[in-house]
Design a protein around this ligand. Structure first.
Ligand code: HEC
Length: 502
């Protein structure tokens, strides 16, 4: 479980910290709804305090990082009411009805090294939170009716969390973290803030907004039947893989004043058709087998999930997850026969797996840095990977996974790798503000697409192979012709963005 993303690589530092502060500093109402629950009864002076609504969110934010389920400090696991009350190396830290006698209040108000959270990890709790916890103890330190004392509080809080609506007009640009062309290549789906936005490729006009529970989408792909699979979540909080019908609005045409259709991908089952995964941290990547029957995802929980879709949506089979990477999984790709999976991880390796045996066949370690993207050649003989070392590396997809070549050129980290659907071409995008096309057979650079003024995080190639789209940290989407690199369209994918900001 990853409660706080403490990583210093470009992707995490920029995506998590700066993106959050940019959006939230400018939209305080969104922030309030997003990171802390709305004020409950207990927030009113003297009101009844609820453990799950008032106390657990404080513990989660300020204490779970050290008092989690795995190796908790002081042997005190606070992620369940029962284990919290059992106490750690000391006894139950709470004397119901008597805050003054409760060790919990002692540590919260201490000024010496007893203080929790410890000095080196942050400020003491603000007085109103300490008062709230004291009042809860005074009222008997009760667990809310209907809650199991052994319930995982992280899960319970997740279940109670409701997503805020996306901003009507974005005060700041939202970073594009994922892109997908629709199967007909005429529209492009772009990740937004708690939404997916759909734009017309020819005109660059916004056509639809699909609200999502996930704060951001990290990967998207279309299934053979035209439904859209999206992976994403809220960093450090939750992750999901869901299937959407982007035309699920046929009977309800709610348009905003500018004529943009608004779809509810949170509650409306005709839009959000199926949830495949509920994880404790973000899901970062997706892949579909060439026959369209198997779907794979990877994420911050280090797991690779594989689903068998051949039985239709009512009979999706989840295979046992594959676990062997030591850190987040940033990229997945199927081999052409659909029997193997290549993965890219923050643990500085790319790996090749046998799906049935759930065994790693080979490990490619040459990046010696986090690996952000992976692909497998159409004939299955070689794998490709990109990463923090600015290199596109080609390696044998057999035996020891020996490196065939390294292709340099990008001046900064390479964030994504996408394979052309028809030609032996690879596309990469980088923090160096460029998109590059590479010859997959000999690793030579075919073309550099310049013009972005910020990090380029996402790329997608249209199903017919004619167009390539790229999206940046500054919200800009560029659509180019693969053939000659000419620019077809540029727009900022942040609905209603105040142009004065730019
Ligand atoms: C940066 C890590 C860290 C954070 C954050 C933290 N603690 Fe602790 N906590 C510790 C350590 C280390 C100990 C063990 C101290 C010792 O044994 O002297 C401890 C011990 C305790 C104990 C005594 C447990 C026992 O039975 O011995 C209590 C109670 C406690 N913490 C409460 C809290 C609360 C409440 C919070 C949140 C407001 C919190 N802690 C946040 C590190 C942390």
């Amino acid at each position: 479980m990853c409660l706080s993303h403490r990583c210093f690589c470009v992707l995490c530092a920029v995506l998590t910290a700066i993106l959050a502060s940019l959006i939230f500093a400018a939209a305080p109402s969104v922030h309030a709804a997003d990171s802390s629950p709305p004020p409950q009864n207990g927030e009113k002076k003297g009101g009844t305090v609820s453990f799950i609504n008032d106390i657990a969110p404080i513990l989660k934010e300020k204490c779970f990082g050290c008092h989690g389920a795995k190796n908790p400090k002081g042997k005190l696991d606070m992620t369940k009411y029962a284990s919290f009350r059992k106490g750690g190396s000391k006894d139950d830290p709470i004397v119901p009805g008597n805050p003054d006698e409760s060790y919990l209040m002692t540590v919260l108000t201490a000024t010496d090294k007893k203080r929790m959270p410890p000095k080196e990890s942050g400020a003491p709790l603000p007085p109103h939170q300490i008062e709230l916890i004291g009042r809860w103890i005074q009222q008997g330190a009760k667990l809310d009716a209907g809650l199991n004392p052994d319930a995982d509080l992280l899960r319970e809080l997740r279940l109670r969390w409701t997503p805020p609506p996306p901003p009507a007009a974005y005060p700041y640009p939202v970073t594009v973290t994922a892109l997908a062309f629709t199967p007909d290549g005429k529209k492009i789906v772009v990740s937004g803030h708690h939404e997916l936005t759909i734009w017309d490729v020819a005109s660059g006009k916004l056509e639809k907004r699909i609200f999502t529970r996930a704060r951001r989408a990290m990967a998207m792909l279309f299934l053979p039947d035209g439904k859209l699979v999206v992976a994403g979540g809220r960093p450090g909080e939750e992750g999901d893989v869901r299937i959407y019908d982007i035309n699920g609005d046929a009977n309800r045409r709610n348009a905003d004043p500018t004529g943009v259709l608004i779809l509810d991908g949170v509650q409306d089952k005709s839009v959000m058709v199926k949830q495949l995964l509920d994880a404790e941290d973000e899901v970062l990547c997706l892949a579909l087998s060439p026959d369209g029957k198997k779907l794979a995802s990877g994420g911050c929980d280090r797991l690779v999930h594989v689903w068998d879709l051949s039985g239709g949506y009512d009979h999706i089979k989840e295979l046992p997850p594959i676990e062997n990477h030591a850190d987040w999984v940033f990229g997945v790709a199927f081999t052409p026969d659909g029997k193997r999976l290549a993965t890219a991880s923050r643990d500085k390796t790319a790996k090749l797996w046998d799906i049935d045996a759930k065994e790693s066949i080979l490990t490619f370690p040459d990046h010696q840095n986090p690996v952000y993207g992976v692909a497998v050649k159409a004939d299955g003989t070689v794998g490709y990977s990109v990463g923090e070392d600015n290199q596109l590396r080609t390696w044998k997809a057999a035996a020891e996974g020996k490196q065939v070549r390294a292709s340099g050129g990008h001046g900064k980290v390479i964030l994504k790798l996408v394979q052309h659907p028809k030609q032996p071409l690879l596309a990469t995008c980088s923090a160096d503000q460029t998109v590059r096309l590479w010859n997959a057979d000999n690793g030579s650079l075919v073309r550099t697409l310049s013009g972005h003024k910020d990090y380029v995080y996402a790329i997608a190639i249209s199903p017919d192979g004619e167009l390539i789209a790229s999206g940046g940290f500054d919200g800009e989407v560029r659509i180019w012709k693969v053939k000659d690199g000419s620019l077809v369209k540029t727009f900022n994918a942040s609905p209603g963005l105040r142009t004065a900001q730019k």
